[in-house]
Write a protein that binds this ligand. Structure first.
Ligand SMILES: [Zn+2]
Length: 247
């Protein structure tokens, strides 16, 4: 392949700009905010699950408490009715009176047991409510944190995009100075060799693979016409000669 020395020099300018663009893209992909956002979103997902579970438990305890309070009420009403009958003086038989009094006493014990149950449920309910509140508070806090992180990520990305936009414009300007066949070869090599398709020969070394060329290769390069497009024998990248190539 042939290309004017000037076009070959421009290929090195293009490589520098492409390397900058690759670095910017890498920085954009690896912004610390992205990992933080991912971690926070996972935590928020967990919190949502925990909140649903805690709210369900709270609802169950509400129903349980209501039921236990109804039980207390039922026993209390029955004891009250028995007490009224006793107080009315209408029950006169000693046996009936004794049975009524026994029932009132038994209902009193039952009521006190049931009231214990209510208290115990209320305690559990308070704990569950505190859990729900703590989870909601954490979720709210993480929501604020997420919003701040998202803002920081967006600002960082916008800055990178702006720089990439300017670099991209410069890159396209440089690419116009390079013939299509050379550009196509460069792009192909860039894909193949980690983003570096063209390198300078500097003091006898290829700056793509950083290996020193042997005398045979250097002599071959010395003998080449200045518009010959050369390749590094070691890494196969396009090798561009400059005043400092050491030829
Ligand atoms: Zn090389």
């Amino acid at each position: 392949m042939k290309a004017a020395p000037h076009a070959q020099q421009r290929l090195i300018d293009l490589q520098e700009l492409d390397t900058s663009l690759d670095r910017l893209a890498h920085r954009r992909r690896t912004l610390p905010e992205l990992a933080e956002i991912e971690r926070l979103e996972a935590r928020r997902g967990e919190l949502r699950d925990h909140i649903v579970a805690a709210e369900t438990e709270l609802g169950d305890l509400d129903r349980e408490q209501k039921k236990a309070e109804q039980d207390v009420e039922q026993v209390r009403t029955r004891a009250e009715r028995d007490q009224k009958r006793l107080d009315s003086g209408m029950v006169t038989s000693a046996k009936d009176l004794a049975s009524l009094q026994a029932e009132i006493e038994s209902l009193g014990r039952r009521q006190s047991d049931l009231e214990e149950v209510v208290l115990e449920i209320m305690e559990r309910r308070e704990e569950a409510e505190a859990r729900v509140n703590a989870l909601r508070a954490e979720s709210e806090g993480s929501g604020g944190e997420l919003a701040a992180l998202t803002e920081r990520r967006d600002a960082a990305q916008a800055k990178i995009d702006e720089e990439a936009g300017l670099t991209g414009t410069a890159r396209n300007g440089v690419a116009k100075d390079i013939p299509d066949d050379l550009l196509a070869l460069y792009e192909k090599l860039r894909d193949q060799f980690g983003g570096v398709g063209a390198a300078v020969l500097y003091r006898g070394s290829c700056q793509g693979c950083h290996l020193a060329l042997n005398t045979v290769d250097l002599n071959r390069i010395r003998a080449a016409a200045e518009d010959d497009v050369l390749r590094c024998e070691e890494c196969r990248r396009i090798l561009v000669r400059t005043a400092e190539s050491g030829l």
